[in-house]
Design a protein. Structure first.
Length: 249
């Protein structure tokens, strides 16, 4: 079962929509409640002040993802460096995917972006597991300046998903700005799956294209991590992180 990390600014009231919790039912979810502290605030002090309120909120969120059935857990972190924290927790929990929450109702149409230097096989495998036997339509999207190669790539991925019983269509954007083309393609879709294009997980979480897509598309964005980045994060996780105070459940 694939594990998904769902980071939430827990003391700012960030939450998840019912559509996202339903979409992620086949997965194991770790809800990462985090709060970024001013440099002068010791994490231990923040823990004493905010832990009870944050933990109550996290327990409720984890329950929405199936904590009572054993398919969800949570972590609470007070940190000065959320980039380091996200990388470390993703590595510690062996999370292959992370979610940027967005408002959505029932997910009936899923846009799967294959643009860029992404791990297409990992994305296709994840989508197969995510959709399963549910009636969710899948649109494979690719923006490229090489029409022939783009069509071949889309067809190969579509055949794999079709063989697994998924309802698949393809959409190719040629010689268009990739981000703008993806935002246009997101219209009529309830959530997006995409891969990491930057060298590390942190560069996508903080102000890069996946966050921009999430903001533009409204709906959730699920980001499939590259295996090379997972290895880097595991190494980072093995180093102590004095800026964090973490509670695991």
């Amino acid at each position: 079962m694939t594990r998904i990390l769902v980071p939430l600014a827990i003391l700012e009231g960030e939450s998840v929509s019912a559509g996202l919790t339903t979409l992620l039912e086949p997965m194991h979810v770790t809800v990462l409640g985090y709060h970024v502290l001013p440099e002068q605030t010791p994490p231990d002090q923040a823990r004493l002040q905010y832990e009870e309120r944050a933990t109550d909120a996290l327990e409720d969120l984890a329950a929405e993802f199936g904590a009572d059935e054993g398919t969800a857990d949570y972590r609470l972190v007070f940190t000065h460096d959320r980039k380091q924290t996200f990388d470390r927790v993703a590595a510690e929990t062996a999370s292959d995917v992370y979610a940027i929450p967005g408002a959505t109702g029932p997910v009936e149409n899923l846009l799967v972006a294959l643009t860029g230097d992404v791990a297409v096989e990992r994305i296709v495998s994840f989508v197969t597991e995510l959709v399963g036997g549910r009636d969710i339509g899948v649109t494979l999207f690719l923006a490229t300046d090489d029409e022939h190669a783009g069509r071949e790539a889309l067809e190969a991925a579509a055949v794999t998903l079709f063989d697994e019983g998924l309802h698949v269509r393809t959409e190719l954007a040629v010689d268009e700005p990739p981000l703008e083309a993806l935002v246009d393609a997101a219209t009529g879709h309830d959530a997006i799956v995409m891969g990491e294009q930057a060298p590390s997980l942190r560069s996508l979480i903080f102000g890069e294209e996946t966050e921009r897509v999430a903001a533009e598309s409204i709906g959730p964005v699920l980001v499939v991590r590259n295996i090379e980045d997972a290895d880097e994060s595991v190494e980072a996780a093995e180093r102590p992180s004095p800026s964090d105070v973490t509670d695991d459940s």
